[in-house]
Design a protein around this ligand. Structure first.
Ligand code: HGY
Ligand code: MN
Ligand code: MN
Length: 431
């Protein structure tokens, strides 16, 4: 079942003439504020890492908020919370999914993921409250572990929905002494039965994700709605530098194999891929661990995690090749060992043209300035794209900041985004 063809996307008509389709903005903002307290640490933002007790508490809060509106929810075997309209839900119809992720990075903001989830539930509540009959049954989803901040398996929940979790890789994974399968079970999922979380082919008519932009484009253009065209690809590289641990006081400089000074050159080489050589759009080393990490010991081993991103898969592959060759040469030149493990996380994905049209028309009808743009952040939508057409709606981020406690979007934009989502759903799913 596919989304109606371009021409058949008709202007939306709220079920009762004269009543414009609007969300209850105050209710949504109130619930988002409640959600923002889960995992909040004074002065340090929000830490609600995927497959942890904090994320489970957030799912429980969401389920309770939805129950109050007559919606029903359940955690699937991949750890996602799936929320449906109650007895009115038409399970004989393909679903139009809406949602985002409910986990955060460490010391993150209150909106990344949570905003899209809260807005999706608000839209579902309105569609339930007005008993709107739709060709596709609206369903909200709160994905688990999109960030992969603790268990480094990003997009775990949406991969589960798409039936693409590598269970052997997941089974081997652990974090802070906890095996992923155990953390998933504690979250209400079950790795052994994760196939049950996958939606059968044809059962998902489309997926819409509302999200903060997490960048500076919309604010700089003074435009409240972004219509996402493509979502970036991303590669994560696990790099290990092996030198020679030794005494910091007695080892002459000419005899050293200092893994940390070599790692410093690795960090700059990664940055040069984007900043100087333009081989990819961005390149970052966000994590570095020196061993034994003691003041008076020359580090023998350093482990780094780098990531590179670009809208074109071919550029990512070329950049991966270049950095691998360059680090092999650096190892030889410094008489150290450098290993590079390349983990293609996501391929770049384009959103669906019909859904982009529906979002554009919805924003236009709401009198909201809007513009097409690409996403520099990764999103669950690019995973769901494997099984259904996807669309994304952005709202501005203040100063373009995200993944930080000061992440902020004006309430008026948060509500405008939710109204755009509601109207887009009505356009796409109107019988
Ligand atoms: O890192 C990202 O692009 C997203 O926030 N997970
Ligand atoms: Mn994020
Ligand atoms: Mn996000």
């Amino acid at each position: 079942m596919s989304i109606p063809t371009e021409g058949s996307v008709r202007p939306s008509a709220w079920p009762r003439p004269g009543l414009e389709p609007r969300v209850d903005g105050a209710r949504m903002l109130r619930r988002l504020a409640e959600m923002s307290r889960v995992g909040a640490r004074p002065g340090r933002g929000i830490t609600r890492l995927g497959l942890t007790a904090e994320e489970t508490a957030a799912r429980a809060l969401l389920a309770e908020q939805c129950r109050g509106d007559g919606l029903v929810s359940a955690t699937d075997k991949a750890g996602n919370l799936v929320i449906r309209r109650g007895r009115r839900a038409r399970r004989d119809r393909p679903a139009l999914l809406m949602g985002s992720h409910i986990d955060t990075v460490a010391d993150g903001g209150r909106l990344d993921g949570a905003y899209g989830v809260t807005a999706a539930c608000e839209v579902l509540s309105m569609l339930n409250q007005h008993n709107v009959d739709l060709a596709y049954e609206p369903v909200a989803v709160a994905f688990t572990n999109e960030e992969g901040a603790l268990f480094p398996y990003p997009f775990f929940g949406s991969l589960g929905l798409a039936g693409q979790v590598d269970t052997e890789q997941a089974r081997r994974m652990s974090a802070e002494g906890v095996a992923l399968p155990d953390a998933l079970r504690a979250a209400g999922g079950d790795l052994d039965r994760i196939d049950e979380a996958a939606w059968p082919a044809g059962s998902v008519a489309g997926y819409l994700e509302l999200h903060i932009e997490q960048g500076p484009v919309l604010e700089a253009a003074d435009v409240p709605i972004g219509v996402v065209h493509s979502i970036t690809g991303r590669t994560v590289l696990d790099i290990t530098v092996s030198g020679g641990q030794n005494h910091a006081g007695t080892t002459p400089m000419r005899m050293r194999h200092d893994a940390l000074t070599v790692a410093a050159r690795v960090v700059l080489a990664v940055e040069r891929l984007a900043r100087v050589r333009d081989l990819c759009r961005v390149a970052t080393v966000g994590r570095i661990v020196a061993e034994p990490n003691v003041t008076n010991v020359i580090p023998g081993t350093v482990r780094l995690t780098a990531e590179i991103r670009d809208g074109r898969a071919a550029r990512l592959r070329a950049a991966e090749q270049v950095i691998s060759t360059e680090l092999a040469q650096l190892a030889t030149a410094t008489d150290t060992g450098i290993t590079v493990k390349i983990n293609p996380v996501t391929e770049p994905v384009d959103t669906d043209g019909t859904l982009r049209r529906a979002v554009t028309d919805a924003a236009y009808e709401l009198g909201l300035r809007h513009m097409e743009m690409d996403s520099g952040a990764g999103h669950d939508a690019q995973i769901v794209a494997a099984i259904a057409p996807v669309g994304m709606i952005f709202v501005p981020s203040r100063d373009g900041v995200s993944h930080a406690p000061c992440e902020h979007t004006e309430d008026v934009h948060l509500v405008a985004g939710a109204n755009t989502l509601l109207r887009t759903v009505l356009k796409v799913a109107q019988p």
